[in-house]
Design a protein around this ligand. Structure first.
Ligand code: FMN
Length: 198
């Protein structure tokens, strides 16, 4: 099975990028044979404009690999910092660009990140507003990595790390959902009904 991690922070050397790499290197390999990363801090992904709908060749070029990765993924992990009590603008942009079907009926794990005691707003925002057109299926478990600079820093054993066991558990649950939801997905050659939800 393939997993795709999305790092929503667009800060240089962000903690979210570090957390994404820790998940990629230490927790996902137990369940997924292929693990991709879309790092929104490094990808050249402009903000949505009308050219996306009009099939602008520049956009088609920019989105080709992104969409291929999304279609091939069996599960998604969204690592996102809380910024001013919100998910980041580039992650919201990623969802605007991701309504073509590649994320549809795919299970997704939310990993919210905070330097302090925040993070809950990211969970609430993603659960309420990013699934309608993408048709992502957020699993009931989520992770909130608070005090992030002191968490997940003791690889590979992560001794006495309170969040490491939660990561292991949630990634395991994600993998079970990935198996289970594979039977729900509409075959690629069938037209999508009601792509914009209600
Ligand atoms: C523009 C901005 C706004 C922020 N707002 C919040 C916030 O509302 N709540 C919070 O817990 N942390 C906030 N932080 C601090 C982040 O928790 C901190 O930067 C942490 O390392 C996660 O972000 P990162 O992945 O970009 O490093 C903010 C940081 C930035 C850059």
């Amino acid at each position: 099975m393939k997993a795709l991690i999305v790092n929503g922070s667009h800060r240089q050397n962000s903690e979210s990028a570090r957390v994404a790499r820790v998940l990629q290197d230490h927790f996902l390999p137990a369940h997924f044979t292929d693990i991709g990363l879309h790092d929104l801090g490094e990808m050249d992904l402009p903000f949505w404009d009308e050219g996306v709908w009009n099939g602008d060749p520049e956009w088609e070029f920019k989105l080709e690999k992104l969409r291929k990765d999304q279609y091939e993924a069996d599960a998604l992990i969204f690592v996102c910092p809380e910024w001013n009590g919100m998910a980041t603008p580039r992650l919201k942009n990623y969802f605007l660009l991701g309504d073509e079907g590649g994320l549809e009926d795919k299970p997704a794990l939310i990993v919210a990140v905070s330097a302090g005691l925040g993070g809950a707003y990211v969970v609430s925002e993603l659960r309420s507003s990013s699934y309608k057109n993408t048709k992502l299926c957020y699993i009931p478990d989520h992770l909130i990595i608070r005090d992030v600079s002191n968490m997940l820093t003791t690889a590979p054993l992560f001794s006495d790390d309170p969040i490491a066991d939660r990561c292991r558990y949630s990634v395991g649950r994600l993998a079970v959902y990935a198996q289970a939801l594979s039977v729900v997905r509409v075959p690629l050659n069938e037209p999508r009904s009601y792509p914009y939800g209600m």
